[in-house]
Design a protein around this ligand. Structure first.
Ligand code: GUN
Length: 281
């Protein structure tokens, strides 16, 4: 079998066309959604992500600002910046790119963002809302993965292995999959014999950043493979899955790059649109 490609670039493009129409509607009643991204320091990969988010927002008709702060900024200076954005009426979505320099507590910063502008969905209030089934901002990578999976059919009754238990990806995606009536096994660094266990699973979501972890040999025939890994090796972005061998066994597979990545950015835009709508009643 040769798997069907879950082409994140194409799926993201058509999703963004829908968002652009919604932005147009809001603009016609005088509301222009704004995404403001804060970046601290000069990490090349982070700067590049931030610019992509900014450009993608502008492309669908939103306004977007980047606040670029020096790596030596103090925690209280950053908290003051966030306070200013929380109180700025024209700012709908605030995203502080992580990781942050070590003198700054990520926890404090993420908690300082007003929950109604937290388009990453990282604020503890929003995480609590997610787990109690209330209206909230769902973290962008898990939301993007769920959108990709819509193109593969129903998730009801499917056995899913999620590899990686981060707060940003593994745990929330396990929750969203469970909501769609899948049965989820959450695997992590202390799980014994991870890859040997994969053969029984209908869907594999790998989010650990270990290139080559999952190969075709580990998969059940017809499995769906979502590769969330994004590790830079020899200046190239690579996932957790050996694409060449996996695509011979899988029914659907995401490439890296061009799979989950474009969907994550799209969901930042989705959440910014929601923020603008919710704020304006
Ligand atoms: N750094 C890597 N991924 C993300 C993300 O989704 N949001 C933020 N704020 N920072 C990140």
């Amino acid at each position: 079998m040769t798997a069907e490609l879950l082409n994140g670039r194409e799926i993201a493009k058509s999703y963004r066309e829908g968002l652009a129409q919604e932005v147009e509607k809001l603009k016609s009643v005088g509301i222009t959604p704004n995404l403001t991204v804060v970046i601290v320091g000069n990490d090349g990969a982070s700067l590049s992500y931030v610019r992509s988010k900014n450009k993608a927002a502008e492309k669908i008709g939103m306004t977007s600002d980047i606040i670029h702060l020096g790596a030596d900024i103090t925690e209280s200076e950053l908290l003051d910046t966030i306070d200013g954005l929380n109180n700025a009426d024209e700012v709908n979505g605030i995203l502080v790119q992580v990781p942050l320099p070590e003198q700054i507590s990520e926890e404090k910063v993420l908690e300082a963002i007003a929950p109604h502008k937290d388009v990453d969905g990282f604020h503890p209030m929003n995480i609590g809302r997610l787990y109690t089934g209330q209206q909230t901002f769902t973290p962008c990578t898990p939301l993007g993965i769920m959108e990709l999976l819509k193109h593969t059919g129903s998730l009801e009754g499917k056995d899913v292995a999620v590899i990686g238990r981060s707060h940003i990806v593994g745990q929330p995606v396990a929750k969203l999959l469970t909501d769609q009536h899948a049965t989820v096994t959450l695997m992590h660094s202390r799980t014994k014999d991870i890859v040997e266990k994969l053969k029984t699973f209908d869907i594999i979501v790998s989010a650990v950043g270990r290139p080559g972890l999952v190969t075709g040999e580990h998969l059940k025939e017809g499995a769906i493979v979502i590769d969330v890994g994004n590790t830079v090796v020899d200046e190239k972005l690579v996932g957790d899955v050996d694409f060449e061998s996996a695509k011979e066994v899988a029914s659907f597979i995401t490439p890296v790059p061009g799979g989950v990545g474009p969907m994550t950015i799209t969901m930042v835009l989705n959440n910014t649109l929601l923020a603008a709508k919710w704020h304006n009643g």
